[in-house]
Design a protein around this ligand. Structure first.
Ligand code: ZN
Length: 492
């Protein structure tokens, strides 16, 4: 029977299964049987009118079914169907790909030479036929921009600097936090509290003083992106949020630059090279972002500390190949890593002629408001929670101390409650609230709690829509409660 692979983000709605077999002769039949067996999956795959959602792609083998017969595509008994929701993201086919050449032109190459110390430093490169003295000089002439110096940015910065990329631009405005150290290997324990940029510059200079670092201590925005990206040859996206991902994609398409993409979630990763001049862009694959809340961020869903190393180094390899003009780039291909099964799979991506940004009649001709476009979730834009009744940690403490009969509804996952919790909470994980709502009494005053106030805000809104009148969101969640009221609780 055909096999369907379920991605991590959707497994909670499918009894946590990674794959299952269905007796089906077509893609449509397979998906119908899947959603019959797991009704909660339906809203994540289909719109209310029954159309497949545009941020969900179905692959038969390595082909997008949109390029086959869509939902009517027949399934052989040994077929493998993969659901690929957007965690990242699409063409010319490989057969049409032009001959590879370096992104660094010969005029630029003539402007750099290597010192004796550099010849020694890069000697293991210089004796490779794919690199040689010429390739190493191209690396030195190259200007690579890293968006973010976090999980993916760490291995990228370390290895690209060591390999001799001459100019590395860094965009980050964040400060090193204890929770970063498990995966962001560019930053050390002694850097906690310091700006990531400062930490990154020191490490890069220590590894290779020949690298010229250009720091941009700012958030990448629609206002500054074109200006920042303009002078670089290759853009590497190391961010983990949708607004920046679409912003980087659109800016790269408008500027004609290659966008080396990677994304990570728990034990899974994706990588590709989006370059509209030679292949698909991210929007060819995912024209629109998923609705807020469907795809959790690393902060909500977690990520294995090693995973950014694996995916970041795929991005670093692709960056070096573009500079050398060597090999076969990941253009038009989406590489998927399942680290639990330790399997790498590869899917074909095609350029979408109707892509809103790189298609034949683009509707996006300048950068837009990406936070609005992505309907940013509460954890990232508190203003989204405006209008939702809320309670500050101090008010909650005061009312609990006064013995007021509040029902505390904690909507986090069970393993989060093991990290920190308030006594006597009613625990219903977010995904189960709708079906277990009968366990709550609308007459009670209910305070909804999560890690930082985003998920609980959504549940507060849901309960209000379901007719509850006395429900409030704990502003800033358990982490704010720990920071502002009870320092004996850990922040995570
Ligand atoms: Zn496109």
């Amino acid at each position: 029977m055909p096999t369907i692979y379920i991605p991590t983000a959707l497994r909670p709605y499918a009894d946590h299964q990674a794959q299952l077999t269905v007796d089906a002769a077509t893609v449509r039949e397979a998906v119908e049987k899947l959603t019959e067996a797991f009704p909660r999956l339906k809203q994540h795959l289909f719109k209310e009118d029954g159309q497949l959602r545009s941020f969900v792609n179905l692959y038969l083998g390595d082909e997008d079914v949109r390029h086959l017969q869509g939902l009517d595509t027949p399934l052989a008994p040994d077929a493998e169907l993969t659901i690929v929701p957007s965690v990242a993201g699409g063409v010319a086919t490989l057969a049409d790909a032009p001959a590879r050449r370096s992104i660094i032109d010969d005029a630029r190459l003539q402007t750099v030479s290597l010192s004796q110390e550099e010849v020694l430093r890069y000697s293991r490169h210089l004796i490779m036929p794919e690199v040689t003295m010429e390739g190493q000089r191209r690396l030195k002439a190259a200007r690579v921009l890293l968006i973010g110096t976090g999980g993916l940015g760490s291995p990228l910065a370390l290895y690209l600097a060591a390999a001799g990329v001459g100019t590395i631009g860094l965009v980050d405005f964040d400060v090193v936090d204890y929770s970063n150290l498990q995966r962001q290997v560019l930053h050390f324990t002694s850097d906690v509290g310091r700006p990531k940029l400062q930490s990154a510059i020191e490490k890069i200079q220590a590894i290779n003083p020949h690298v010229h670092v250009i720091p941009f201590e700012t958030r990448l925005t629609s206002e500054n992106a074109l200006e920042i990206l303009r002078d670089f040859d290759v853009i590497v996206d190391g961010t983990d949020n949708f607004p920046t991902r679409y912003l980087v994609n659109d800016a790269c398409v408008l500027l004609g630059k290659p966008n080396v993409y990677g994304s990570i979630f728990r034990f899974e990763g994706q990588a590709s090279v989006f370059w509209a001049a030679q292949g698909p862009c991210y929007r060819c694959l995912y024209p629109e972002p998923p609705p807020p809340g469907l795809v959790p961020s690393c902060a909500e869903g977690g990520v294995l500390g090693i995973l950014p190393g694996l995916i970041g180094l795929v991005q670093a390899t692709e960056t070096i190949k573009l500079i050398l003009g060597a090999g076969e780039p990941l253009i038009g291909r989406l590489l998927l890593l399942d680290a639990l099964g330790m399997r790498w799979r590869e899917l074909k991506l095609r350029k979408d002629p109707s892509c809103p940004v790189c298609g034949e009649n683009p509707t996006v001709r300048e950068l837009i408001d990406y936070a609005e476009f992505c309907g940013m979730r509460g954890e990232e834009t508190p203003q989204d929670l405006q209008g939702i009744p809320c309670l500050t940690p101090q008010e909650l403490k005061r009312r609990l101390d006064a013995g007021e009969p509040l029902v505390l509804l904690d909507v986090r996952e069970p393993y989060e409650l093991e990290i920190s919790r308030l006594p006597a909470v009613k625990h219903i994980p977010m995904a189960q609230v709708a079906e277990r709502v009968h366990e709550l009494n609308p007459a009670d005053e209910i305070v909804v709690i999560c890690r930082s106030g985003g998920r609980s805000g959504q549940i507060t809104r849901l309960l209000l829509q379901m007719g509850f009148r006395r429900v409030k969101n704990l502003t800033g969640g358990m982490n704010a409660y720990a920071q502002e009221v009870d320092p004996s609780l850990p922040v995570y």
